[in-house]
Design a protein around this ligand. Structure first.
Ligand code: HEC
Ligand code: HEC
Ligand code: HEC
Ligand code: HEC
Length: 175
């Protein structure tokens, strides 16, 4: 019995390591989160995100500036190109749901289909076991931001974490 469990653990680890949350859990989009994360008491995550540039990141790819950048790179349509969608939306796959929501909750928190239920969300460890991204510390958060905020971005600007985070922070107020 012990051996079987050990083997199962190895198989599970082998499956888990190379894949990202997106490969294992389905995306639900912003609508799947905001019913519980919009009140003042919760920290108004919906309103803060809607005001942020992340919410408009897909629309940016339809702008004249995006067309100019794309043209210089020989890309026909920025809003359909994987090279642009991969940082401006939830997925580099133009066929995937919700690309128009731009950079949304699940880009940073993980695909939510399996953790968004109230009973799971209330227990942090359970939620993390079902796809909610765990950040060990501030450095881990900054590293996540820099998956997109880096020199591969055609318009990259220096990334000062403290300043940038301050402008999108969405903490739950202390009770
Ligand atoms: C049914 C209600 C509900 C839905 C839907 C929901 N959440 Fe939550 N979420 C909660 C509750 C309750 C907590 C526990 C903390 C609290 O009381 O605010 C929580 C906590 C969190 C936390 C903090 C975890 C921690 O403790 O560090 C994050 C991040 C989060 N939710 C993100 C999301 C995202 C992203 C989605 C959509 C994919 C989502 N939630 C959908 C109710 C919900
Ligand atoms: C999935 C890719 C991605 C991740 C992850 C990401 N961002 Fe962004 N971010 C973008 C894109 C794309 C834009 C530009 C949106 C636009 O202008 O249309 C942007 C814009 C911003 C802006 C507005 C910049 C300005 O011009 O003022 C801030 C602030 C920001 N991000 C902070 C953060 C922080 C802090 C993190 C990590 C906690 C983070 N981002 C994680 C893709 C990402
Ligand atoms: C590696 C991630 C990444 C890739 C790939 C990427 N972008 Fe961006 N893009 C960003 C980030 C992050 C920002 C926000 C600006 C900043 O802070 O650097 C941004 C901002 C922009 C802006 C607004 C810039 C401004 O100053 O108003 C445009 C336009 C844009 N990107 C177009 C594109 C196009 C077109 C492509 C594909 C050819 C593309 N991006 C590919 C990450 C990326
Ligand atoms: C650009 C990345 C990014 C986006 C987009 C984003 N978040 Fe967050 N969120 C974070 C980070 C980073 C933290 C802090 C995590 C930590 O301290 O461990 C956080 C914290 C939270 C918390 C915990 C707040 C607290 O103080 O307990 C909740 C709830 C949450 N986010 C929900 C959402 C929801 C809902 C959306 C979409 C409407 C969203 N987030 C969009 C990066 C993001």
């Amino acid at each position: 019995m012990k051996r079987t469990l050990g083997l199962l653990a190895i198989v599970a680890a082998a499956v888990v390591v190379p894949s990202t949350a997106s490969a294992q859990h389905a995306y639900v989009g912003v609508k799947g989160c905001v019913m519980c994360h919009k009140s003042e008491k919760q920290g108004q995550q919906q309103a803060i995100w809607e005001k942020s540039k992340h919410a408009g990141a897909y629309n940016t790819l339809t702008s004249p500036k995006a067309a100019e950048i794309a043209k210089a790179k020989g890309i026909a349509n920025a809003a359909e190109a994987k090279e642009c969608l991969e940082c401006h939306t939830i997925s580099g796959d133009p066929g995937a749901a919700d690309v128009k929501q731009g950079v949304q909750c699940e880009n940073c928190h993980g695909a939510g289909a399996d953790y968004k239920a109230m009973g799971v969300m209330k227990v942090k460890a359970d939620a993390q076991g079902k796809g909610l991204t765990a950040f060990a510390d501030k450095a881990a958060i900054e590293a996540m931001c820099k998956k997109c905020h880096n020199e591969k971005s055609p318009t990259n600007k220096p990334f000062n974490f403290d300043e940038r985070w301050a402008s999108i922070a969405h903490k739950k107020p202390a009770a």
